[in-house]
Design a binder for this molecule. Structure first.
Ligand SMILES: Cc1cc2nc3c(=O)[nH]c(=O)nc-3n(C[C@H](O)[C@H](O)[C@H](O)COP(=O)(O)OP(=O)(O)OC[C@H]3O[C@@H](n4cnc5c(N)ncnc54)[C@H](O)[C@@H]3O)c2cc1C
Length: 537
């Protein structure tokens, strides 16, 4: 049997596996990615691309292409019993918080194609028609058996294996990892079709009805929508099929809005499960995406969360493979991603239950209390910002976890200022020397850590940081970029936003999270963080 050796074997080339491969390519680390399918998904599946994902795409240089192929969601209309209860504008809902202050509607199939094209540009490709048959792991390595379309089997020996193999993950099954949670009684149907009605063709439309709910997502093409609805089932194990005729009947009975439907391009059903593993790491195997957590599509979080699992692990694993960081950092993957996944599964489960429940009391609350209350809540700026930060995933924090708990930070920030473990905020800076403006995200492009040295004027008018020694020491490690940001009166808004009063240092991780910050510019504290917490080799 032919044997191939590689540092990392990625099983599954859905959005999650493709993102893992793309990120490893950015760090110049070798890997093999396999998928039993013939090629990338052709079905539209997930539709919503959140701001945080677009920020990652920007770092990869594919955000512009994504935006050209999709369109920002303009507004969402909530309808109950056929009447519009409220309309929330979404277009610039996160203005000033992200370079992409909206949700982009871009089908999963197009996201997968973009990621696959990125791999091609890096000289890499997915091995399609190639199935993982079995694998074993020991303290030192992973031995996997794969099978090609012609039935030939080969062995792949790797240091690590990535389970990005979807909701029914064969790897999770082989490792007997529990996937605790529940399966909903309602089955989702999903259809891409043409809708004729009097409502705006630009808005997302959520219709809460007496018995169920329907959501309409505008798609490319005239009057085309992705429509979703639910069917109640008694038997949770057998598959449920739905025809276009049955779907029309269902909408006619429940929608309460005059509409006709035609030209279905894709109709599918899927069961909504709410399940999560109890650990994202099993020795040399890392689980991610649907293999690790599944939930309802409420909030368009599924695909985005898988992409960000991959983004979180990739830099850590790449730098361990390159022997620049010690393997201890790999434990932070589970520590950072598991609580988020558990919370997401729990929240989407509750939201979904309330949306589809047939219980008369919940139905009454849904129609008469929840929607009007939501209208009132969403009319305040604070609540809109909170909702945007949550759904767009830019508000996700790893604060207080092992990589973000230095004990040395002397800022004592109130929560309104960015903390260690938070995503580095988006802002615009002015460069006094070059006389130009640039964004915080342009500053931290690339695949290294970034030291940002904000220099403030001392009482005697001189800059108070001398960084020459740091630069010499850190540049030799080729892992850090250093940016001196001299004092400018034009940046005072930024200083206020970051709560900077004296010269201060920030260390930003390759995934744009704040690793360390302090206004005590002491090499001792920084070195301690790099050695003891980050594990720099
Ligand atoms: C009909 C439908 C509609 C959806 N709508 C939404 C939505 O509106 N919003 C949303 O956020 N999410 C939605 N989702 C969920 C979303 O599609 C998933 O969250 C997303 O695909 C997860 O990506 P993944 O890469 O983790 O897994 P997957 O996309 O499932 O990819 C796993 C890959 O692993 C491969 N694989 C499995 N076993 C093996 C093996 N033994 N060897 C080799 N390869 C293997 C599979 O072929 C597959 O390509 C929808 C899903 C479906 C099915």
């Amino acid at each position: 049997m032919k044997t191939t050796t590689t540092p990392i074997l990625i099983v599954g080339a859905g959005p999650t596996g493709l993102m893992m491969a793309a990120q490893l390519s950015r760090f110049g680390v070798e890997y093999i990615i396999i998928d039993k399918k013939k090629g990338a998904t052709i079905e539209s599946k997930a539709l919503g691309v959140q701001s945080r994902t677009l920020e990652i795409y920007q770092q990869m240089g594919i955000a512009t292409k994504a935006i050209e192929q999709g369109y920002p969601a303009k507004a969402v209309s909530f309808m109950a019993k056929g009447k519009k209860i409220q309309e929330i504008p979404l277009m610039n809902i996160g203005e000033g918080l992200s370079p992409f202050p909206y949700m982009l509607i871009l089908e999963q199939s197009k996201n997968e194609t973009l990621l696959e094209e990125f791999l091609t540009q890096q000289g890499k490709s997915v091995q399609w028609n190639t199935e993982l048959v079995s694998f074993e792991q020991s303290e030192e390595k992973v031995n996997a058996i794969i099978q090609r379309a012609n039935g030939e089997q080969e062995e792949i020996v790797s240091e690590w294996i990535i389970a990005a193999d979807g909701a029914s993950s064969p790897i999770r099954h082989q490792l007997n990892i529990p996937f605790e949670g529940s399966t909903n009684k309602q089955v989702f149907w999903v259809a891409d079709l043409e809708v004729e009605w009097e409502l705006s063709y630009e808005n997302l439309c959520v219709c809460v009805n007496r018995n169920t709910f329907n959501a309409f997502f505008p798609m490319e093409g005239e009057r085309r929508y992705r429509v979703i609805g639910t069917i109640l089932t008694k038997d949770q194990s057998s598959p449920v099929e739905i025809t276009f005729e049955k779907l029309q009947e269902d909408l006619a009975q429940n929608l309460d809005i005059p509409a006709t439907f035609s030209n279905p391009a894709w109709i599918s059903t899927y069961r909504v499960h709410h399940r999560c593993v109890d650990n994202f790491r099993h020795n040399r195997c890392f689980l991610m995406g649907d293999a690790a957590h599944i939930h309802s599509p409420a909030g368009a979080q599924g695909m985005n969360t898988g992409l960000q699992d991959a983004y979180n692990l990739a830099w850590k694993l790449a730098l361990v493979c390159k022997k620049q960081l010690k393997p201890q950092i790999l434990d932070s993957y589970n520590e950072e991603r598991l609580p988020f996944a558990q919370k997401l599964v729990h929240t989407t489960d509750r939201v979904f239950e309330n949306i589809v429940s047939t219980n008369p009391i919940i139905r009454f609350i849904r129609l008469n209390i929840a929607l009007p209350l939501a209208k009132y809540i969403m009319s305040t700026n604070t609540m809109r910002t909170f909702a945007y930060k949550t759904v767009s995933q830019i508000g996700l924090t790893y604060n207080g976890l092992s990589l973000g708990d230095t004990g040395n930070s002397s800022f004592g920030f109130a929560r309104s200022f960015p903390q260690v473990g938070d995503r580095f905020p988006y802002f615009i800076l002015f460069d006094e020397i070059k006389q130009l403006t640039y964004t915080s995200f342009e500053l931290i492009q690339g695949s290294s850590f970034h030291f940002l040295l904000f220099e403030q004027e001392g009482e005697d008018g001189t800059l108070s940081i001398s960084v020459t020694e740091y630069i010499k020491a850190l540049h030799s490690k080729q892992l850090f970029k250093i940016h001196r940001i001299p004092f400018s009166t034009k940046n005072e808004v930024v200083y206020r936003q970051l709560n900077i009063e004296t010269s201060s240092i920030f260390l930003i991780r390759p995934d744009a999270y704040i690793a360390y910050k302090s206004d005590d510019i002491s090499m001792v504290n920084i070195e301690q963080y790099l050695q003891e917490i980050l594990g720099v080799c």
